[in-house]
Design a protein around this ligand. Sequence first.
Ligand code: SF4
Ligand code: SF4
Length: 259
Amino acid sequence: MADDTAGRPGKDVQRGSSGDGRASDRTPGLFDAVAGFGVSFSTMFRKVATEEYPEKPRPTAPRFHGRHQLNRHPDGLEKCVGCELCAWACPADAILVEGADNDDSPGGAGRFSPGERYGRVYQINYLRCIFCGLCIEACPTRALTMTNFYELADNDRSKLIFTKDQLLAPLQGGMLPPPFPMADGMEERDYYQGKVSGATTAQEAYVDARDSAGDPDDGGASDGDAEAPGNVGARVPGQHDVGHTLHPTAAETREGANP
Ligand code: SF4
Ligand code: SF4
């Protein structure tokens, strides 16, 4: 007797493994179960692809485009001269720069960078940034570079607008917190020709006198942000509490390298 369900939509029942849509009476055997487990067994010997993030962040590629950094000269003065070229180059309109004059005169605001001007306000909006690197290509002083730091997420949009105090590189050994005068006998071009290797005793004396006179450094972070002076070592908004610091490690920083 012919099967009256054949050819009727919704009536084909696969009881076996014929694979052509027709009903089959073959009962799955022991080998079928073993074949199924074979997939599991073969996977056991493959390299584990699971990442233990955030406990063990995966290293990035050397030329990874991560968070920006505003670099300093060896004595601590800032490399940014407030020219705004980075902001003009940015296709996402993510950078805000407001320059100001360095003022070495008595009672003046002081000097934050060699030369005429410095970046008084500097902000990068990481809600807009697409990490293209055009800004660091445009920077004439290598003040702006990109790090390998990528933990840029937050549930508060305002915290993803990074201000100058967050972007400035931390003070390394031999550096002083601006403002202070250029090294004796040095001009702006000397800084860019690598003739300054660290803070001089005259600069140290100036900073000591400035601090003891109750005019502590504000790190040039006069951008309306209420962070601590210089803000060195503070946390990046949005970063996880897994031991990362505000500023990238040396391995994450590629100052002087091409993007
Ligand atoms: S990386 Fe690109 S998008 Fe981001 S701030 Fe620089 S120029 Fe703008
Ligand atoms: S980071 Fe570079 S391009 Fe941008 S304002 Fe400073 S010096 Fe100019």
